[in-house]
Design a protein around this ligand. Sequence first.
Ligand code: PMP
Length: 411
Amino acid sequence: MATKLHTNTKLNAELTRGITVNPLLANVKLSKTIEVFATVKEMEAAGINVTSLCVGEPDFPPPRAVLDATIAAVEGGETRYTAVTGTAGLRSAIASDLKKRKGLEYADNEILVSNGAKQSVYQGILAFCGPGDEVLIPAPFWPSYPEMVALTGAKPVIVPTTIEDGFLVDPVKLEGYINENTKLMIFCNPSNPTGAVHSGALQEEIALVMKKHCQIAILSDEIYERLVYNDENPHVSFASIDGMFDRTLTVNGFSKAYAMTGMRLGYVAAPAALLKPCVTIQSQLTSCAGSLSQAGGLAALTKVSETEMEANVKIMKEKRDFVVSRLSAIEGLKYFVPDGAFYILPDVSAWLGGDDTEFCLALLKEKALALVPGSSFGADGTVRLSYATSMEELTVAMDKLEQFMEEKRTS
Ligand code: PMP
C-alpha cells in the first residue's frame, strides 16, 4: 500500500491530495551515518567543537597527479558527456590495474565506470534482483546494502558473523540461509564496518558453497582492497577464486584508496553478460560519470606510484595500531583487530545497558565525541570508529572515549 505524503505544513493539503510515496520506501531508512554526521554539523554550527570518528573518508588529499590531471581536463575542455560506460582510456586503465594487481582478466568493455561504487552496488542489485528474490548480506554490513535491496523489492537475508570469529563468514552457516529464491550474495571484503579481511582460503570455501547453487551471483565490494595491513593476509579478489569469475561483479572505486570521495568515481567489472543489464540501467539513470573525475581517475591509475600508495597505507596502519593500543587499555572492552579498511567495531554491550544508540548519544552530549551506533550496521551493542583522521584528532578522541568509558563504568 502506498503511504500518504507525510504532513508538511508548507504543502497545501488540497493541492497535494492523492500524492503518495512509493510503497517500497516503507522498508527503506535514511542513511544513519549521514544522520549522525548532520547532528555533528548542527552542534558545530552552535559553536561546539565536536570530535568526529564517524565518516568514512581519508583525511589526506587526492594525489597531486590526480589534481593536476583534473585541472588539465578543465583547461583542456574535457567538460562534455563521455560514453555511458566511461572513457576508453579509463576503462582500459582499470582493466590493466585489475590484471596487474588482482590477476583478473577483464576486457576493456567489461568495465562500467560509474559515479561512485555506491551507484555500482545499487545497479548490480537492481540488475539481478526484484520482488520474490533473496539477497545474502553478511552482518555487520554497510548500511546501504539492505536498504538498496529493499528498494528493488527483493528481501535482504542477514547472515550473522561474530566478533569471536573475527567477523568472518562461516561457509557452513552461510549455506543454511540459501534457498531457491537466493539470487545474490553481497560480499564486502575488506569489510566496512569491521575491517575484516577474508583470506583466499576462506573465499575458496565460500566458493564451494556457491558452486552448489549456481543461480546465485556474487557482488564483491572491494572498495577497501588497497587498505590492508597484514602481509600474511593480503586481499584476494573473489572473482579470482576458481569458478567464480563468471558469476562475480567486482565493485571498486576511487574514494578510499585515492581519497577522491567528492569526485564520485567508481566502477563495476564483470563478464559482458553480467555487465550488460548494469549498463542498461546506468544508461537510463545517469549519462556517465563526471568527465573531469574520469580524467583524475585515469591519472590515479597511471601516474601515481606504488611508493606513494604504500606511504598512505603505512600511515593508516599506524593509526590502526594507535587506536588498537588505546582500546586495549580499556578494561573489559572486546574488539577485533582489523586487517583492513579504516574502521574498528568494539563491543560496548557491557556499558549503559548495552544500547549502542544511547551510548553514542551520551558520548556526543557529554564529551562531544561522535561515533556511529553499531545497530545501523546490524551489529547491536557495538560502535564504529573510523580512524581515517589526523593523529591529533585520534588522540583527542581516544582520550575522550577512555574517560567516558571509565566514568560510565564507575557510575
Ligand atoms: N561500499 C562500501 C563498503 C563503502 O564503505 C562505501 C563508502 N562509504 C561505498 C561502497 C561507496 O563508495 P563511493 O564513494 O565510491 O560511492
